[in-house]
Write a protein that binds this ligand. Structure first.
Ligand SMILES: NC(=O)c1ccc[n+]([C@@H]2O[C@H](COP(=O)([O-])OP(=O)(O)OC[C@H]3O[C@@H](n4cnc5c(N)ncnc54)[C@H](OP(=O)(O)O)[C@@H]3O)[C@@H](O)[C@H]2O)c1
Length: 264
């Protein structure tokens, strides 16, 4: 799908990849619904996108609150008649051992990353089905394809996205709706700072790995290219993407090297 002149809804637009994607997509005469919890940051993104010629609507959303997702969707559809592209990007990571992480933290990560994403998708889909066109993206992670230390709940939530969205891909093909899953490797954002520790507090540190990641601009451009080509899966990042190949084709090597990679 070409993104020119489209109505696009992006979650997690207040920061990092979602912010970069909003700014990049604003260069195509688009109308963008910017969603996240931090409205002050969303206002800054709106300003930047409008400088590029886009029309923007700010819609506050807390992905851990299903009622808020429902009312947000009603509000958005009272302002624009349809959503052509939904980017489920908002999410939260983890920096804690599975055996130390409080179960409430596991649940919170699942709620935001998985249930938040699929709740919004289910609310936006009926209009796409009615209009017989649409594009749904789910931002997963390379750890949506394998397990990795300190990220048990995060990895589980991203694996769950793959199951849901691949099924959806096959189900809605007949309505001319494309579904893509994005697997970022390392992108330089605040994701590690915002990650949850074993008791649910913010980790607060920029990981070395994160710091050496690709820029959000580069990530956004690659995702837009992938949308243009209707790609079903898009891996976006640097040399760490080799891990996807090693996991699939050389699992015995994968098992030997994972614990040698610094997880922070
Ligand atoms: N950066 C990477 O290397 C990397 C790698 C793999 C996957 N990813 C994925 O990429 C996506 C974006 O992450 P990022 O790297 O850009 O991190 P980020 O800078 O921390 O951005 C996360 C975004 O998610 C939003 N968010 C978090 N909790 C939310 C909630 N309860 N309700 C609504 N929005 C919420 C945040 O907005 P508010 O705080 O304003 O709500 C923020 O806009 C995430 O799904 C992440 O898992 C990132």
């Amino acid at each position: 799908m070409k993104i020119n002149n489209k109505n696009i809804w992006i979650t997690g637009a207040s920061s990092g990849i979602g912010r970069g994607l909003s700014v990049e997509m604003s260069k195509y005469n688009t109308t963008i619904v910017l969603s996240a919890r931090n409205v002050i940051e969303l206002e800054k993104v709106k300003f930047e996108c409008e400088q590029n010629g886009a029309k923007c609507i700010i819609q506050k959303i807390d992905l851990s609150n299903p009622e808020e997702i429902i009312s947000a969707t009603e509000n958005v559809f009272s302002k624009i008649k349809n959503v052509d592209i939904l980017v489920n990007n908002g999410g939260i990571s983890q920096r804690a051992f599975s055996y130390e992480t409080d179960i409430s933290v596991d649940r919170r990560i699942m709620e935001v990353n998985y249930f938040g994403s699929i709740t919004l998708t289910k609310l936006v889909l009926p209009k796409m089905i009615e209009q017989k066109s649409g594009y749904i993206l789910a931002v997963s992670s390379i750890v949506g394809a394998f397990g990795f230390p300190l990220r048990s709940a995060y990895s589980a939530s991203k694996h769950a996205l793959h199951g849901f969205y691949e099924t959806l891909y096959f189900e809605v093909k007949k309505y001319n709706i494309n579904v893509s899953v994005v697997l970022p490797g390392r992108v330089k954002t605040d994701v590690s700072k915002n990650a949850l520790t074993k008791n649910g507090t913010k980790y607060g540190k920029m990981d070395d790995g994160q710091d050496s990641g690709i820029s959000v601009e580069k990530c956004a451009k690659k995702i837009i290219k992938g949308i243009n080509k209707n790609k079903k899966e898009m891996a976006v990042g640097g040399s760490e993407l080799a891990m996807l190949f090693v996991k699939r084709r050389l699992p015995f090597i994968f098992n030997m090297i994972v614990n040698k990679i610094k997880p922070t």
